[in-house]
Structures are given as structure tokens and as C-alpha cells.
Design a protein around this ligand. Structure first.
Ligand code: PNW
Length: 475
């Protein structure tokens, strides 16, 4: 059912699994700081130790091999490599660690996909203003260049920034992710998103002009999006609200990169209209791209999609929020959950496998039929743990069926699928209570032992069946 060279993967992120937050000269990141402040994270937990993958990498590799993955997605801890965020101060122990990981993967026939930035900005850069500062784009570009130079002889699949939407909104508008800012709602998140797009584009141009010919890799940014559809498809207001919501989420980052080099018109006009209404003076709260900087359009070699859930949409209900300055009131929508969609784990995650197929088709039609990697997808367990997690096993089967249909019936160029996540890990503000792993991690045991869930064992079977089928066909 899947193409011969389909990428079968699972993903993790440095802060969520590595631990070793001060080991061997690592600098602090904004997540170290955030977790060490009281009241930020559920149960005052932190990634100080997490799965201790910094020391237990070989155990992770065993899991990767047991699953039969062809690809593994990991992220680099910027502050482990560059403790102050910038060269020339390089932490060689950090370089050694990632060299080992990359070399071990390749020796086992597993292709690494490497994310440069997965939420963990070096604290030293936050102290200079972080992503709100335009200068962050150049600093990120230097970091990216350092990584291409150091690891690019072996790494051929790069993600620059993971989920700029989540960094911008949860980190700088809602304040529930690091750096925990919410004082400039309706302003800061747009600025952060803008600088992240500029940073991504600069890194792509750097790769393109200095490394592509020699290293021959491919690069993108990972965009998260829910599947959205109107509550009532015959109601024009619901249809318009859905388009507006798509513009403010998926479109915010995908439109500039894949379609026009600029933000969706729907997004700009909604923000500007509200600014006017509120008497907000000055230039638009949504920044503009400068013609003097490297172009944003065309800076992705594939579409990297993180998909978790679906929503129905109707217009916002106004009320108290109407006169407030915030992204929520700019986009002016209400999310509605279909009662038939189960919510077995964290509250935001309604499980809707068919939403993925629809979203893939939408991406094909809207963003010029790109090659797509599903860089994250999964759902979590909370509460009493089940090693025999039948529901999650079925979820992976149903989801992969939808992906197969998207490829065969809709002609979407899906190149690979990365389950989130390889291991139970530090789930950001939810701490360790929310478990996304294919492998259970016993956080109460000093050895942090890893045990496959049923979903992990069944994912391995699906991979092995697909591999043997495509081998059979070719012989
Ligand atoms: C993604 N939300 O983040 C991240 O890329 C992963 O690191 C994370 O573990 C995974 O999804 C599961 O949550 C999100 O609150 C974090 O809507 C929070 C949200 C969505 C995505």
C-alpha cells in the first residue's frame, strides 16, 4: 500500500528526552529557566533528567531498531552545541554526542531527520530579547550554518524550526510555553512568527547557496495544523470563519513559503481592520517582509506537517473579547468539537484519522502539490497506563490507512510518516503525565527502562509488512 522508499519514522525533541541539562558544558535554554520557575509546569516537573537520552542513547537506538524504523527524527539542543547561542564558543562534548547519534543511526541503516530548533532557545539569546528581536534571524542563520557544516556530510533531511505557530502563540501570547510571555497579546506573537519565518528563509538560502551542491539534502520547516471544516457547510459565515482560521494557523506560515512570499490576505485584512477599530496607531501589528532580505517564497524543499486533531468552526461569539487586543479576537472564530470524535488523552486532542487525509488533499491543492512528510502524528494516554494500549494501536492502523488512501486515491505525494513519539517524554506544560510514546518509560525507576507498548509492537508489524510487500513486488 505504500511506495517502496516510504520513510517509516518516529520523532523526539531534545528537551523532551535528553536530560543532562547542565552536563558537560551545556548552556541553559528557555525551557530550563521556565521549568525552574514555580507554577509553570504541571507538578513542578522539568526536563532536567527526562528520559536521560543524553546518557542512555543506546537504549533509544535499541527501540529504533526493534521498531524497524527507516527514519528517526530528532532535534539538536542549540545550547548543548553553542552554550551562549553563538559561535565561536562551541561545546565539543555536545558535538560529540550528536555525532555519535547520527553515526549510530547510519550504521544501523536509519536515516536521521534533524530539527535545528524545537522550542529550546538558549537562555543567553532570550536575555537579549529572543525571537521578538529582528536580529534573531541572523543569529539562527549562523547556528544553522554551523550545523550544516558540522553534520551536513551525513544529515540529508533538515527541519529548521518546529511549529513556529506553537512557539509564537503558546510562548508569546498565551504564556503557557517558554518563555512564558503574555503581556503583549495581539502583538508579540506576530512579531515572533515573522522573525521565525525570516530565520527559516535565511537558513534555507544559506543551505541552498553554500551546501546543497555538495551535501545534496533537503530542508523545510515543520508546520502544525489541525484539519478545519465549517460547522455547517451551507452556512456562508461558517465557511468564512473556517477560511479565516486556516489563514491564521496553517496559512500564517505556509502561504508565505509556498504560495506568495507574503501572509494570507485574509489574515492581514482581519488584523488591520481590528487595529483600526481599536484605535491602535502605528504600522500594522502584522509585520511586512522587506524586499531587501532573502525571499521567503520557495524556501522549502518539501512540506513538513505535524497533524494531531480536527475542529469544526463557526464565527466568534464576540462578547467581552471583542474589544481586546489578542490573536484570538483578530481571528474571531469558535472551535466546535464533533461529539463523535473521541478524546481519550489530553483535552485538546480529539482523535480524527480521516481529518489527516482531508488535510493532505487540501495541502496538495493549495500549496502546489508538494512532497509531504508527516513529521508528527499520534495521541497520548493519560491516567492509568495501559501497556496493552489497544486504542492507540487501532489509531495507528486507521491513520496509516488514511495516509495510504491519500497517496493512492488522492495522489498526494506523501513521502513518509513519523509517529510522535518514540518514547514517553516530557510533554511541555503537561510534564510527564501525558504519554505519547511507542515505548513506555518508567520514570519512577532510576534505570528509566523502556518497554514497548502494544501500539509500538503493532507499528513495527505494519512497517515490516509494508517493507516485505514492497520488496516482494520489486523482485
Ligand atoms: C507538538 N497544543 O507540540 C510538539 O512538536 C511536540 O514537541 C509535542 O510533544 C507534541 O506536539 C504533542 O503535544 C504541541 O497545546 C504542543 O495545542 C502543544 C499543543 C500542540 C502541539
Amino acid at each position: 500500500m505504500f511506495p517502496r522508499d516510504f520513510a517509516w519514522g518516529a520523532g523526539t525533541a531534545a528537551y523532551q528526552i535528553e536530560g543532562g541539562w547542565q552536563a558537560d558544558g551545556k548552556g541553559a535554554s528557555i525551557w530550563d529557566t521556565f521549568c525552574h520557575e514555580r507554577g509553570r509546569v504541571c507538578g513542578e516537573q522539568s526536563g532536567d533528567v527526562a528520559c536521560n537520552s543524553y546518557q542512555l542513547w543506546e537504549k533509544d537506538l535499541q527501540c529504533i531498531r526493534q521498531l524497524g524504523l527507516t527514519h528517526y527524527r530528532l532535534s539538536l539542543s542549540w545550547a548543548r552545541l553553542l552554550p551562549h547561542g553563538t559561535t565561536p564558543h562551541v561545546n565539543q562534548k555536545g558535538v560529540q554526542y550528536y555525532n555519535q547519534v547520527i553515526d549510530d543511526l547510519l550504521a544501523c541503516g536509519v536515516t536521521p531527520m534533524v530539527t535545528l530548533y524545537h522550542f529550546d532557545l538558549p537562555q543567553a539569546l532570550q536575555d537579549q530579547g529572543g525571537w521578538k528581536c529582528p536580529g534573531m534571524a541572523d543569529i539562527f542563520d549562523c547556528y544553522a550554518k554551523f550545523c550544516f557544516q558540522t553534520f551536513g556530510d551525513r544529515v540529508k533531511l533538515w527541519i529548521t524550526i518546529n511549529e513556529p505557530y506553537v512557539c509564537a502563540k503558546l510562548g508569546h501570547e498565551d504564556g503557557i510555553h517558554a518563555p512564558g510571555l503574555k503581556e503583549e497579546a495581539g502583538i508579540a506573537a506576530y512579531l515572533v512568527g515573522h522573525n521565525m519565518l525570516r530565520a527559516h528563509a535565511m537558513a534555507w538560502h544559506t543551505y541552498n547557496s553554500l551546501y546543497r551542491a555538495k551535501q545534496g539534502g533537503a530542508l523545510s520547516l515543520a508546520i502544525n495544523s489541525d484539519w478545519l471544516e465549517p460547522l455547517d457547510a451551507c452556512c456562508p459565515e461558517d465557511v468564512a470563519a473556517t477560511e479565516r482560521y486556516l489563514a491564521f494557523t496553517l496559512g500564517w506560515f505556509a502561504w508565505p513559503v509556498f504560495v506568495t512570499g507574503d501572509y494570507p490576505e485574509t489574515m492581514r485584512s482581519a488584523i488591520d481592520a481590528r487595529s483600526k477599530k481599536l484605535g491602535y496607531e502605528g504600522t500594522s501589528r502584522l509585520p511586512s517582509f522587506s524586499k531587501d532580505e532573502p525571499a521567503i517564497l520557495g524556501t522549502a524543499d518539501f512540506f513538513a506537517l505535524n497533524y494531531y486533531t480536527s475542529r469544526k468552526v463557526k464565527p466568534g461569539e464576540g462578547g467581552g473579547g471583542e474589544m481586546s487586543l489578542s490573536m484570538k479576537s483578530d481571528r474571531d472564530v469558535t472551535e466546535v468539537l464533533d461529539p463523535s470524535w473521541p478524546i481519550p488523552g489530553v483535552s485538546w486532542l480529539a482523535v480524527v484519522p480521516h481529518g489527516l487525509r482531508k488535510l493532505l488533499k487540501y495541502i496538495k491543492d493549495t500549496f502546489n502539490d508538494p512532497a509531504v512528510y508527516i513529521t508528527e502524528n499520534g495521541f497520548s494516554q493519560v491516567g492509568p497506563l495501559q501497556i496493552e494500549d489497544v486504542q492507540r494501536s487501532e489509531f495507528y492502523r486507521d491513520t496509516l490507512m488514511e495516509v495510504a488512501r491519500a497517496i493512492q486515491e488522492d495522489g498526494v505525494k506523501v513521502r513518509g510518516y513519523f509517529a510522535w513519539s518514540l518514547l514517553d517524554n516530557f510533554e511541555w506544560a503537561d510534564g510527564f503525565s501525558v504519554r505519547f510514546g511507542l515505548y513506555h518509560v518508567d520514570f519512577a525507576d532510576a534505570k528509566l527502562s523502556r518497554t514497548a507498548y502494544r501500539s509500538g509492537r503493532e507499528y513495527a508489524q505494519m512497517i515490516s509488512k509494508s517493507k516485505s510487500k514492497s520488496n516482494g513486488e520489486s523482485s
